[in-house]
Write a protein that binds this ligand. Sequence first.
Ligand code: ADP
Ligand code: MG
Length: 258
Amino acid sequence: MTIVEIRDLTTSYNDAVPVLRGVNLKVEQGEFVGVIGLSGSGKSTLLRSINRLIEVDGGSIVAPANLLGGQRDGVIDILKLKSSELRQARRRIGMIFQQFNIVKRLSVIDNVLSGGLGYQPAWRGMLRIFPEAERRRALINLQRVGLLDHAYKRADELSGGEQQRVAIARTLMQEPAIILADEPVSSLDPKLSRVVLDILKRVCREDGITALVSLHTLELTREYADRVVGLKAGQIVFDGRTEDLTESVVDAVYGPSD
Ligand code: ADP
Ligand code: MG
């Protein structure tokens, strides 16, 4: 089943040169898609378009309504959703960033609990009063990323790799259908990168989550992605199975623009 279909997506920042130029991409449920390309090729822009962290100029991003929290059958165009529907859809789209984006002065478990706030009344977040069932869910998700023993530490006592695992646990609280991970391991060494990616890939497989992950090395992309999308100057120049990522494809993705 197709979980997201991007059609003719175009965007630019402040009217300058287009940053995405007619991107078409169809992602099937459960795929772990690696997004590669030179710095500035549009990887972050593409990922952020999907949950509308940035507004695009044109195109559509179509997804099954029920998977993104909608009540109705059929499909929705994420780009056309009004605020309450967009909020609902965003709950099912997790986001993981290079810099972890966790709150360092809070405990690990409070960071994880904040991931479920999209489903909770606002005052709970402000007072950090969470129902018992939420706490249980947070502990289960911490266990899934191997950090149960660290639940009551302050987040900044953890290493970078561990902080990114906290971010994964926090995202799982959303019960996401899709995870967008924008260079999730770019600030980690190769060994920790693999620890984090092993966990990310496992939880996605266990929960049937579709992942779009930009990775900064080809080696990691080859190891983890089922499928690879290569961006160059805002256009997709390769879209295929990881085993088809040949040297000539790599040259085309990373070589000079014509
Ligand atoms: P990548 O993630 O592949 O490095 P980005 O999506 O961040 O690429 O950037 C694509 C292009 O858009 C680059 O030319 C970059 O300079 C430009 N860009 C990105 N973010 C902004 C922004 N907030 N304002 C203006 N230009 C931006
Ligand atoms: Mg980027």
